[in-house]
Design a binder for this molecule. Sequence first.
Ligand code: NAD
Ligand code: DAU
Length: 333
Amino acid sequence: MNILVTGGCGFIGSNFIKYILKKYSSYKIVNLDKLTYAGNLDNLKDVEKNKNYKFIKGDICNKRIVEKIAKHVDCIINFAAETHVDRSILEAGSFIKTDVYGTYILLEAAKKYRHKKYIQISTDEVYGSIDKGSFNEESRLKPNSPYSASKTSADLLCRSYFVTYGVPVVITRSSNNYGPYQYPEKVIPLFITNAIEDKPLPLYGDGKNVRDWLYVMDNCSGIDTVLCKGTAGEVYNIGGDNEITNIELTKSILKILNKPFSLIKPVADRLGHDRRYSLDCSKLMKLGWKPKRKFNETLKETIEWYIVNKKWWKKLKDNKFNQYYKRQYKISG
Ligand code: NAD
Ligand code: DAU
């Protein structure tokens, strides 16, 4: 199988590429990535010389580049996106461009070259917030941030390309991922790296918002299941079955690192902050998938990874653009 992976230099995409190259010796991957602030070639150092892997720097909004690659592959898996909710609240334009228009360019290519499958990597945030119970794939879409609205728009475009043109689109909607190589702006790597440096951990609002944490490798195996067995036109939720409040998560990180709770710094809440996400994943489980790894174990492993790989994240946190962004928007941490 020849696969075009987009956004493969980011957190989940890079873990997925390594997962696939290790598992299938006959699969070939082309990784198309624009290398935004979140894209990092260091994430793929282990495989850069693998004969089944090729990197091309480029934008998914660029029809010419996309078509040039799409002509030679059997399927597209679209990870490329602007992904940070806080950034979307400050500046939504790049989210609409990449997440919506970029998806349209990829869908057009999948249609033109009659691909066997198109997988859209979406998010549980398209359903909005839920106080009790869980969302299934039929739940209404009610996004609350410019990020989740852009991802929802892309999901709807995908649906329309399946219904109108028969493009074999499958959508995955996963909960919050964690693990190695996550950019240190997302809460787990931000709090781990701040705690390592004895810097404050900026906890939004009352800290009681709930997220369902999914280890990144369990997401990779879920996407692989969908690639092999998913039905065209269908959506599959992928969750970790690990719902905890942000304050509990923060305390667990500090305990593991043996750091004082006094590092927790309550700050103003995120605008439009979703209270709770929760997914019913029985549909994907019927295809034989389940999350394998335990939260406590993988959180410790993840913390260990950030301790050992300080060079990897220090470079990103000290980056001039990142510093400018934080000053501009008065972001602590
Ligand atoms: P990330 O921000 O770490 O990486 C995004 C990657 O996309 C980067 O390598 C970036 O350079 C690339 N990119 C951005 N714009 C591009 C463009 N126009 N053309 C080509 N490449 C571009 O993101 P992530 O956390 O790995 O998320 C990957 C996907 O999974 C996204 O679609 C996201 O919406 C979805 N998702 C993420 C999570 C999570 O917890 N991280 C959960 C659910 C769904
Ligand atoms: O649910 C899936 C989504 O998870 C993905 O689609 C997004 O791409 C990904 O960024 C993530 O979104 P969240 O907004 O849930 O993740 P984030 O790490 O930004 O925040 C997690 C929780 O932690 C959220 O309730 C806000 C809170 N938080 C976050 C940051 C960055 C804080 O309290 N302080 C912080 O500094």
